[in-house]
Design a protein around this ligand. Structure first.
Ligand code: SAJ
Length: 429
């Protein structure tokens, strides 16, 4: 690397911690990343559309469960973290990490609007010597197809005066054993120089960087990680459907299979597939493959099985009530747990919401209880959770357990509930 080039200058600024880090999108990925870089000694500026989020950060208050406010406040006080909505300040950054959402549109296609906005903001304020790192989970080709042309249109040469890489986020909200700082992080650069600079920066703050040959390989690795989960969850949900027809307890079968010390990884059946990652990311991959005239059959089949589970469990409620000569219509059904998974408060894509919708559609009077969720929106209506669980149990005709938070007292549920359908553990008695 010859002296005085943009690459060597950036390298020098990284080594001396003079490099200014910009993070576009300070949410559950961007804020922890900002903290990790600040704790490594870099000055970090968060860029967000939300003036409220920027102000909250500047006041040293964290809105992300994984980041205590005292940690953030200390870094803000030291002048190592600040936040803004002013995208023109991107020109002052040496490195810019993009951590914006990549949801699905109404037609279940990738919604790239946030990524496109970030790419155009960056291109608008681009200057020589900057490193751009896309972290948002997306289809293979995004970094090259969306960022590269916008950078080149500004007259910059990738790998010489501007550097571009993809490095997927692996944040699992609520997890404390694996964090942004100690989870291995994959990175692929458009050119070797891009990877070299990106790696130099990220290795200053993150324990291990895993280099791959291209941004596409890094984009695909992340999608494989989450597709692996979606497909295996789809498999065990189908095992649930098969065991039901065989008169077997799927949970007993899975627990037994899980005693195999090699060649098996345990997944468990449930009410469906929730969260903002696993139900969505694989569809980015199948969408991309469709444009290449290929059908990603495992992804589509897993999605079909997983999305069929709420209806399956509602039928189990109907069957259980029917055994007591009761109809769903007019019965009171209590849904225990509505968050998308145990011990979180997030209801995004939660299958419990689908179960509630289907029960109401069949005429049931539906209430819910969740210690982490006070209220939910269903069919345009705000539904408030029951606060007195024993009373809610006693006054219901049937209880369906959709999320088995650790805080639940299952003895209490068994004692008071007249009838229980447990989507989370058929062995729980
Ligand atoms: N689920 C099942 N059965 C299982 C496992 C999960 O029904 O055996 C359901 C959950 O209840 C939830 C959904 O699937 O509704 C997704 O669960 P998840 O355990 O995959 O949790 P997520 O969505 O929080 O996934 C995150 C992901 N992290 C990132 O995308 C960065 C994922 O890559 C992690 O592997 C996962 O956390 C984790 O390992 O906990």
């Amino acid at each position: 690397m010859s002296a005085g080039t943009p690459q060597s200058t950036l390298h020098e600024r990284i080594t001396t911690r003079q490099a200014r880090i910009g993070i576009i999108g300070v949410g559950y990925v961007g804020l922890p990343l900002a903290v990790v870089f600040a704790q490594a000694g870099f000055r970090v500026t968060g860029f967000d559309l939300s003036a409220e989020r920027a102000a909250t950060i500047n006041n040293g208050i964290s809105y992300i469960e994984d980041i205590p406010s005292r940690t953030l406040a200390s870094l803000v006080h030291q002048g190592l973290i600040d936040a803004t909505t002013d995208m023109s300040r991107l020109k002052d950054m040496d490195a810019i990490s993009v951590c914006v959402p990549t949801p699905l549109s109404k037609t279940r296609d990738p919604d790239m609007s946030a990524v496109l906005q970030a790419a155009s903001d960056i291109a608008h304020h681009l200057r020589p010597g900057q490193l751009i790192v896309l972290e948002s989970t997306t289809y293979p080709g995004t970094t090259r197809e969306i960022f590269l042309p916008r950078i080149q249109e500004q007259g910059f040469q990738i790998g010489h005066d501007v550097f571009l890489t993809f490095s997927p986020e692996r944040v699992d909200p609520g997890r404390t054993d694996w964090t942004t700082q100690n989870t291995p992080k994959i990175m692929g650069g458009i050119t070797p120089a891009c990877l070299e600079v990106g790696r130099a920066l990220y290795e200053s703050a993150i324990q291990r960087i895993v280099p791959v040959s291209s941004p596409e390989a890094a984009e695909m690795a992340k999608l494989l990680e989450n597709t692996f989960r979606a497909v295996n969850i789809g498999l065990v949900n189908e095992v649930q459907l098969m065991c039901d027809r065989l008169g077997l307890n799927a949970w007993e079968v899975i627990e037994a299979a899980a005693t195999k010390p090699f060649g098996f990884m345990k997944f468990t059946p449930g009410p469906g597939l929730g969260g903002h990652c696993i139900p969505i990311d694989p569809l980015y991959l199948s969408w991309k493959l469709k444009t290449l005239d290929y059908t990603a059959r495992f992804i589509e089949l897993a999605s079909e099985v997983n999305t069929s589970m709420p209806r399956y469990w509602v039928q189990k409620v109907a069957d259980a009530l029917n055994d007591q000569s009761k109809a769903i219509r007019g019965s009171t059904v209590l849904v225990v747990g509505v968050a998308y998974k145990k011990d979180v408060s997030d209801v995004r894509e939660s299958p419990a919401l689908d179960i509630i919708h289907l029960l109401r559609e069949k005429g049931a009077r539906v209430t819910f209880h969740d210690p982490h969720v006070a209220s939910i929106r269903i069919d345009g209506e705000r539904l408030h959770g029951a606060t007195d669980l024993p009373d809610a149990l006693r006054t219901s005709d049937c209880v369906i357990i959709a999320t088995d938070h650790s805080s639940y007292d299952w003895e209490l549920v068994k004692q008071h509930a007249p009838l229980v359908i447990d989507t989370r553990n058929a062995l729980r008695r």
